[in-house]
Design a protein around this ligand. Structure first.
Ligand code: CU
Length: 201
């Protein structure tokens, strides 16, 4: 999950054409689904990331015109939801607990490392987007030859995890869980399991 700016898309296009034959999705410039949405629409979209018993009482935030996060609605539980992470034509909303929201905010603000000091839990019931090259997830969508992939509904543990030490895969596979961005401070655990199926406690 990466925020794709217009500039990055343009660079990706240049690289895609420069590197000759390309996969169908490579370098595709998508129009953000949330562009021009009303605050009510943004709130509804954001809430789609997690079951109602989580998202109904969550705070809602979204980037304003200046790119800085603003609060659309205060919350009354530990969670915060955001309507879109990747800026693609299908929105990928996310709901995270307090630590996860620090992680997400750091990533959106392009900080060198996430600010959370404990593991965060985040839900993406509508799935998300990432970019792959040679079977490996790349952080930068403008990476030459990177192909855009749609992720299924999943949830995440925002805490650095070493694939070697944990024996977990470092790329998507039929196993369904893997370490994303293993070589980055933004390393985290991806679990392809639908958050809408979480048993209510
Ligand atoms: Cu991820």
């Amino acid at each position: 999950m990466r925020r794709l700016t217009v500039i990055l898309s343009a660079i990706a296009l240049v690289f895609a054409y420069a590197s000759g034959p390309m996969a169908a999705d490579t370098g595709k410039k998508a129009k953000s689904a949330v562009e021009g949405m009303s605050d009510d629409e943004l709130i509804t979209t954001a809430r789609g990331a997690a079951p109602a018993h989580i998202s109904d009482n969550a705070a809602i935030i979204a980037p304003g015109k200046d790119g800085k996060l603003r609060t659309l609605k205060e919350g009354t539980n530990e969670f915060t939801c955001l309507p879109d992470l990747s800026g693609q034509e299908v929105p990928d909303p996310i709901c995270g607990d307090r630590a996860a929201t620090q992680w997400i905010t750091s990533m959106i603000n392009k900080e060198p490392r996430p600010a959370n000091i404990e593991p965060g839990i985040a839900y993406m019931a509508r799935g998300g987007w990432h970019w792959e090259k040679d079977g490996q997830v790349v952080m930068d969508p403008s990476t030459a030859g990177a192909e855009r992939m749609k992720e299924p509904p999943h949830w995440m543990v925002f805490w650095p995890i070493a694939p070697e030490a944990s024996a977990l895969p470092d790329a998507p596979s039929s196993f369904g869980a893997y370490v994303m961005y293993p070589d980055s401070p933004y390393s985290h655990l991806m679990i392809y399991q639908d958050p809408m199926q979480i048993p209510r406690r």
